[in-house]
Design a protein around this ligand. Structure first.
Ligand code: GAR
Length: 193
């Protein structure tokens, strides 16, 4: 049986799209479910385009272990990918999926991480501080925002003329290049839950 990924995303879902593309024709891994807390998230459209089932949930449902775990169990989810998902992961999920939840963050952690540091806010701080370089981090998820064990980092240079959109673009390019590949490597090493 294929290993089955659930992607949690709150927004556009360009990383989710790259991951769905990457595993579309894979013999041993598939994206089985896309979940979001945001009914207007464009990631829902992207999932529909790949005929991947979706689920929208609210905070009470997310905090209620029984309901969420029943869904993940029924969908036979082996591995969880956060791709622009902004809520802290509750401990029941961390216990059920030890070292099986990964996140991507648009900076070189531990720089520009932590609560409230996400998406454009990260890029804006990097720009304000005139950093000569930035990058992306892929890491395991733990009880704290952006503090789990680092799996991969990639760097890019920031030119003096780069604006926020350019920094974001450079980061996204690296995210799209590495996230699907890193997920595949982790899943190939992993036994099913
Ligand atoms: C990505 O750049 C990701 O690194 C970031 O949100 C963006 C989502 O883009 N995640 C965080 O900031 C988490 N703290 P996408 O919806 O186009 O994939």
């Amino acid at each position: 049986m294929k290993k089955r990924i659930a992607i949690f995303a709150s927004g556009s879902g360009s990383n989710a799209q790259k991951i769905m593309e990457h595993f579309k024709k894979n013999d041993s891994i598939e994206v089985a479910l896309v979940l979001t807390n945001n009914p207007d998230a464009f990631v829902l459209q992207r999932a529909d385009n790949f005929e991947v089932p979706t689920h929208i949930f609210d905070k009470p449902e997310f905090m209620q272990a029984d309901k969420m775990l029943t869904l993940l169990y029924n969908m036979q989810i082996d591995f969880i990918v956060l791709a622009g998902f902004l809520w802290l992961i509750p401990s029941y999920l961390l216990k059920t999926y030890p070292n099986k939840i990964v996140n991507i963050h648009p900076s070189l952690l531990p720089k520009y991480g932590g609560k409230g540091m996400y998406g454009d806010k990260v890029h804006a701080e990097i720009l304000k501080n005139k950093e000569p370089e930035s990058g992306i981090t892929i890491h395991f998820v733990n009880e704290q925002f952006d503090e789990g064990e680092i799996i991969h980092q990639s760097h890019f240079k920031i030119d003096k003329k780069d604006d926020l959109e350019m920094i974001k673009f450079k980061g996204h390019q690296l995210e799209h290049l590495h996230y699907p590949r890193i997920i595949e490597t982790l899943l190939k090493k992993m036994k099913s839950v």
